[in-house]
Write a protein that binds this ligand. Structure first.
Ligand SMILES: Cc1cc2nc3c(=O)[nH]c(=O)nc-3n(C[C@H](O)[C@H](O)[C@H](O)COP(=O)(O)OP(=O)(O)OC[C@H]3O[C@@H](n4cnc5c(N)ncnc54)[C@H](O)[C@@H]3O)c2cc1C
Length: 399
């Protein structure tokens, strides 16, 4: 995702000043918080990938992207879409207030509860796996009052506490406080820092009445059994002022395009992943669609481009769906099982001062496999995939 973002105007410098760079994945024993392994993001690997592992506040990124769109001339209209239909070869979207919008295609980017999805996908598709997550944000100034937590906030690492049947990840980020907001233009002055924790478990959370993705109090955590985690970590969680639950359903990617190419799904509307880095797939979708349409020279080509979008994204998401889920399973293996002991023994190798990197690690195939699972997720270049397709097939459209 950072590779995609850095190519957009002004984004490389924005990320440099607003995001926190992670130096590696720090694995810890969930019960004790003792270091269990460390996957360093070696300069060489990250520069080969042409990407950084960055942490940034969702709202900061959203504001910056909004500002970029305004600069590019995108027109934003407020309103809730309530009906979509085709009339006289045009797509029509009816808004709740009665306004009617017309265009050649409808891009359904309306998130996890997508209304557009029902027009494209079979809603009866059963997920292969379901993962529940809860995100908790804690101001570091609160944490700093407690000596026992300080080391967690001073490190620019993505920490993974490996539990039995669940896992908790944590990282600090920089929260930029807007002091004066004329329109949507961002002006940043004060800075505070937050520490974000994310609990991931196969325990099914019940959405109850309200919207699950909204902020809730910590009682929402009660279905999770956290009693075996390091008591300091349990205490740290209780310092959160609230939490945001999420449900990730993993299913084989089906249709992304409907009505003969007139409706396209992107982002969370298109799929819900099992990994905490879902927005990289959101960006991948957007870049694929945008790069394909940059080649458009006639309206008749629209259906070819939307079909190609579906084909490229289905291939990519189905390729990574299993490996992402496996990465989550690896960090929450039940205690005492041989797989868990094998994993811990392999990770332990990375703590040896003589340990260099994964490519040269002949002593553990498991370790190389784990690292490859991360690389599969990080290494894909959605723009390059379209360029490859275009150089192979583009000429057929121009004959
Ligand atoms: C608590 C939480 C933590 C997360 N943490 C991470 C993380 O650390 N890293 C990461 O990469 N990803 C993370 N994600 C996932 C990431 O936020 C999503 O993948 C991403 O926001 C999806 O973008 P989107 O544009 O597809 O959908 P959204 O961001 O959900 O946007 C959809 C938009 O459509 C609008 N909409 C909905 N229905 C209609 C309608 N009928 N008419 C008009 N508009 C409509 C909504 O109001 C919303 O503005 C997290 C998600 C949550 C909830």
């Amino acid at each position: 995702m950072t590779r995609i973002l850095a190519r957009w105007p002004g984004m490389a410098s924005f990320l440099q000043t607003h995001a926190t760079r992670c130096t590696g994945l720090s694995f810890r024993n969930g019960q004790t918080s003792e270091p269990a392994g460390f996957m360093k993001f070696h300069e060489q690997i990250m520069s080969d990938l042409d990407a950084e592992f960055l942490v940034i506040q969702h709202d900061d990124l959203r504001r910056q992207l909004h500002s970029l769109c305004l600069d590019a001339g995108v027109v934003f209209k407020q309103g809730k879409a309530v009906d979509i239909f085709k009339s006289e070869d045009k797509m029509t979207v009816a808004l709740e207030d009665g306004e009617i919008l017309r265009g050649d295609i409808v891009v359904g980017a309306d998130g996890h509860n997508s209304f557009v999805r029902s027009l494209v996908m079979d809603e009866g598709t059963k997920p292969e796996n379901t993962v529940s997550g809860v995100n908790i944000s804690i101001p570091t100034e609160v944490i700093h009052k407690h000596e026992e937590f300080r080391s967690l906030c001073n490190e620019n690492q993505f920490t993974i506490w490996m539990g039995s049947g669940s896992s908790i990840t944590g990282t600090r980020d920089v929260c930029l406080v807007p002091t004066n907001l004329p329109g949507e233009r961002l002006q940043l002055q004060n800075k505070t820092k937050t520490f974000s924790l994310s609990i991931c478990s196969s325990t099914r959370l019940d959405s109850g009445d309200g919207d699950m993705y909204e902020s809730h109090d910590l009682s929402y955590l009660s279905p999770f059994d956290l009693s075996e985690y390091d008591p300091r970590l349990q205490k740290l969680i209780q310092l959160g002022r609230g939490c945001r639950p999420t449900i990730h359903e993993v299913f084989e990617q089906e249709d992304l395009v409907g009505l003969n190419g007139s409706i396209v799904l992107i982002g969370d509307a298109a799929h819900s992943r099992a990994d905490p880095w879902n927005s990289q797939f959101v960006d991948g979708n957007a870049v694929t669609l945008g790069t394909l349409f940059s080649h458009l020279s006639d309206r008749k080509e629209i259906s070819v481009f939307t079909e190609t979008y579906e084909e490229l994204r289905q291939r990519r998401t189905n390729e990574t769906r299993i490996s992402e889920y496996q990465s989550l399973v690896q960090i929450s293996l039940p205690r005492g099982e041989s797989l868990q002991e094998e994993r811990d023994a392999a990770l332990q190798l990375t703590l040896d001062p003589a340990f260099d990197d994964f490519e040269n690690c002949e002593s553990s195939e498991l370790l190389v496999h784990v690292w490859e699972q991360y690389l599969v997720v990080f290494s894909h270049d959605a723009g390059e995939a379209v360029d490859n397709w275009w150089s192979k097939w583009g000429f057929t459209l121009r004959q």
